[in-house]
Ligand binder design. Structure first.
Ligand code: SAH
Length: 238
């Protein structure tokens, strides 16, 4: 069974969006992954189908109602959270920052149920009551969880079996080795007075690997002291 994504959103028309083209789009057409969207508003009651309400305790903005969101979640699991083993994710700036490691573990699993927040967010009780895992895509505020869900899915889909043409290109990618990736070059040899480093055209694969490794270390050390520190610690534990 292929990876199955179910998106709970007030804007289902945002999907597949960019995931309908290129690699992800082709993989979707070939059913290497599956996408379902659920309109949260379909689970609201009354003439006005209210999905949000004012925050308890006052303050700005609106909060997505627990009962409406819970009904939407329950509908995709047929009320049976045991049979549906997919993780239930809530895109949220308060969540654990998304990492390549989590992306990989999601790609190895059956899929994901992804709740996209809007307004100020969702009633805390539905996060607890439906055991939602909050995931953030970075320290900034988006207007809704949909773009965050697209980011997460894009990262997952390219790792699914048969999606990326060159399987190997995933392995030296930034973050996969704990280092940022080395620089890339392609022809022509000379461009605006800049040349491709000689070693890369030497045909000496040992020297090329060594050069790439040194470059990856330099770039990581200069740009991401946090990653560099973690890399050194991991190395000294070995
Ligand atoms: N009031 C909230 C922000 C709400 S933004 C706060 O200060 O924490 C509205 C919705 O956008 C959120 O419910 C979430 O689903 C989504 N969102 C915003 N920023 C995000 C981020 N960095 N990562 C993931 N989702 C995000």
């Amino acid at each position: 069974m292929s990876f199955r994504a179910t998106i709970l959103t007030l804007y289902p028309e945002m999907f597949p969006g960019p995931l309908g083209i290129s690699l992800a789009g082709k993989a979707l057409a070939e059913e290497k992954w599956r996408l379902e969207t659920v309109q949260i508003r379909d689970f609201a009651e009354g003439k006005h189908r209210m999905v949000d309400d004012t925050p308890a305790g006052g303050g700005a903005g609106m909060v997505m109602k627990a009962n409406v969101v819970a009904r939407a979640i329950d509908s995709v699991m047929d009320g049976d959270s045991v049979a549906d083993e997919r993780p239930r994710l809530l895109m949220s700036p308060r969540g654990k920052p998304l990492t390549q490691k989590r992306v990989r573990s999601l790609a190895e699993g059956p899929g994901a149920i992804i709740l996209c927040g809007r307004f100020e967010g969702v009633d805390e009780r539905v996060i607890e009551g439906r055991d939602l895992e909050e995931i953030s895509i970075g320290d900034y505020i988006l207007s809704g969880g949909e773009v965050a869900a697209l980011v997460l899915l894009d990262a997952v889909i390219r790792l699914l079996p048969g999606v990326m043409g060159n399987e190997q290109s995933g392995e030296t990618e930034s973050f996969e080795t704990g280092l940022l990736e080395h620089p890339h070059y392609t022809r022509p040899q000379q461009w605006e007075g800049r040349s491709i480093p000689d070693v890369l055209t030497s045909g000496n694969h040992g020297a090329i690997d060594k050069w790439r490794r040194a470059q990856a270390e330099r770039i990581t050390r200069d740009r991401r002291p946090d990653l560099w520190k973690a890399h050194l610690e991991a190395k000294s534990e070995k």
